[in-house]
Design a binder for this molecule. Structure first.
Ligand code: F6R
Length: 579
């Protein structure tokens, strides 16, 4: 995970890097650091804490120089502390690196380097890169050659940027971790994602696997890891800087929940023309993803089995290689908002190795997952900054609905979701009453099951309340023993074919003293509930779009009422690039 950014040009590097790190903070936020090369030498500042906390206390913007690199960390090797924060330097302090990824053979390399007299100042795997480059340079190699040969020794994953005192060049490379080069005018950048560079350019070259680049103010040269120069075509994105800003909302998450009613139009207009034939011709469909995207996969499984009559397995990506057996007759659909999730990538590599065709749904053009896919559908949700996925989830659902119901008029979806946001004040009140609870259960049936699972994930992820979701009928097979007076149960009960079964489940809960908050457009359900939040619309097929935003708001306000920053939940990061 971790966010990295590098800048070379004529601007004030520290300020540009600091701004970029604020945007990248969603990737990790336990420690942060910046290094710039100034006329009087390297200036490196780093510390434990979130970007602004550290940046303001160490006065990042007072650092001079027009070339530098920065890093915001999500710890893998070594606790979050100043020493383990990036950038790391070699023994001379003149070679500085930032790294995102995991170096599997670092201990072996570290021991070797220590044997040659290198002294380490951190417990990280990353620091060895600086020392390997130092060794390479000592043996007479040019910096770039030393960088490439160092990286070739690494097993594992990296997106790395290197700066050497006195050289007005940045060296970057990637393997299994994202890195994008931004092409500016008289300045060039590289970062873990495009949003961190939007203030400077909309023209990007995502580095391919095992590719490197050398950035100077006037241009960028791209190379394979063997040092052969590559021609790369830049891509232009039309994301604006405002899209990656809060726009008057207290948190990105709240903005992104509200943005759904706009972006859904874009997602419904996504180009699915090449995906349709893949689905119709597929003998077997496997769909794979993680977390929230997995819940979208479950929705596709329900819809495709019921309405397309297609057998479809939905499998959590990290499990896929162990329990699935794709072949050349299988279409594997991957869903990933970031397009960089390592677990999903590994599942796709496995499927590719077995000859399967790959269709992916992602929000990030040029991301790793797009490159391993035969066809890609872009979600068109705009950048999502909050760690908790919200608008990308509903975009995924919208695209999946397009794939399953090519002839259906889905244009009511954005307004339906917009109308559901009118319950915001009521939801805020309900969420405050959940604050002191220990366990919360979410129930649904049919199409509401993936939505219940997503509601529970959102709540636990950002409010740290324990939440579980079950199909209503499963309650009596075990979880009912956990229902006692006052236990909150969120019942998703739209007026569809499941409504009477859900009514029965609600009665079972209330008979044991459980406190039922229903999301419903059925009068009977409302009458049986302690609190009933009315959901708009009457088309049962679209009910997921009427329920999801209130559930996202429930999680958001529960988080805020507990004094948590919903955009930065503990221990998590967006874009999970480690397995
Ligand atoms: C939850 C959340 C995660 C992601 C998961 C997959 O709010 O955001 O569960 O859904 O890490 O990420 P992507 O979709 O980028 O592959």
């Amino acid at each position: 995970m971790c966010g990295i950014i590098g800048y070379v040009g004529n601007g004030k590097a520290s300020e540009i890097i600091y701004n970029g790190l604020r945007t990248l903070e969603y990737r990790g936020y336990d420690s942060v650091g910046v290094v710039v090369d100034t006329p009087s030498g390297i200036d490196l500042r780093k510390g434990k804490g979130m970007v602004e906390e550290v940046g303001d206390s160490l006065d990042f913007t007072s650092m001079g120089g027009s070339i530098g690199i920065g890093h915001t960390r999500w710890a893998t090797h070594g606790v979050p502390c100043k020493e383990n924060a990036h950038p790391h330097t070699d023994c001379t302090g003149k070679i500085a690196i930032v790294h995102n990824g995991v170096i599997e053979n670092y201990q072996e390399l570290r021991d070797e380097l220590a044997g040659k007299g290198h002294k380490f100042s951190s417990e990280t795997d990353s620091e060895i890169i600086a020392h390997l480059v130092e060794e390479g340079k000592k043996s007479g190699k040019e910096t770039f050659q030393a960088f490439l040969s160092s990286l070739k020794m690494l097993k594992g994953s990296y997106a790395a940027a290197l700066l050497v005192e006195g050289e007005k060049k940045l060296y970057v490379a990637r393997k299994n971790s994202p890195l994008v080069v931004g092409l500016g005018k008289g300045e060039n950048l590289a970062a873990s994602d495009m949003t961190a560079m939007l203030r400077h350019t909309r023209d990007f070259v995502p580095l391919g696997e095992m590719e490197a680049a050398v950035l100077e103010p006037r241009g960028v040269a791209f190379y394979s890891m063997d040092g052969n120069e590559l021609r790369k075509e830049p891509m232009h994105v039309d994301w604006s800087t405002e899209m990656a800003e809060k726009g008057g909302f207290p948190h990105f998450m709240l903005k992104e929940i509200h943005d759904q009613k706009h972006f859904l139009y874009e997602s419904l207009a996504a180009d699915v023309s090449r995906a349709h034939p893949l689905i119709s011709n597929a003998k077997k469909i496997h769909i794979t993803a993680c977390g929230t995207s997995y819940h979208a996969s479950l929705m596709f499984k329900c819809l495709s089995q019921k309405f397309l009559g297609k057998d479809c397995d939905a499998t959590i990506a990290s499990e896929y290689p162990f329990i699935s057996n794709p072949d050349s007759n299988t279409l594997v659909i991957a869903i990933s908002q970031s397009g960089e999730t390592a677990d999903t990538m590994r599942a796709l590599e496995y499927a590719r190795g077995k000859g399967a065709k790959i269709l992916s749904l992602t929000n990030v053009a040029g991301s790793s997952i797009t490159r391993i896919s035969d066809e890609v559908v872009l979600l068109n949700s705009g950048p999502e900054v909050s760690v908790a996925a919200t608008k990308t989830f509903t975009s995924q659902l919208a695209v999946l609905y397009r794939l399953v119901f090519p002839g259906k008029d889905l244009s009511a979806i954005p307004a339906l979701l917009g109308k559901s946001l009118e319950s915001e004040i009521e939801i805020k009140r309900i969420s405050e009453s959940l604050r002191e609870k220990r366990d919360i259960f979410f129930l649904g049936r049919g199409l509401s099951v993936p939505i219940a699972m997503e509601g529970a994930l959102k709540l636990k992820e950002i409010s740290y309340l324990h939440a579980e979701a079950y199909p209503g009928g499963e309650l009596k097979h075990g979880p009912l023993s956990l229902i006692e007076p006052g236990v909150p149960v969120i019942a998703l009960a739209p007026n569809d074919e499941t409504v009477y079964k859900m009514l029965g489940n609600i009665k079972e809960v209330r008979a044991r003293g459980g406190f039922v908050v229903s999301f419903t457009n059925s009068r009977e359900i409302a009458k049986e509930s302690d609190i009933a939040v009315e959901i708009p619309g009457s088309d049962p097929l679209l009910a997921p779009f009427a329920m999801i935003a209130p559930l996202q708001l429930l999680a958001y306000y529960a988080s805020v009422s507990k004094g948590i920053n919903p955009d930065r939940p503990r221990n998590l990061a967006k874009s999970v690039t480690v397995e």
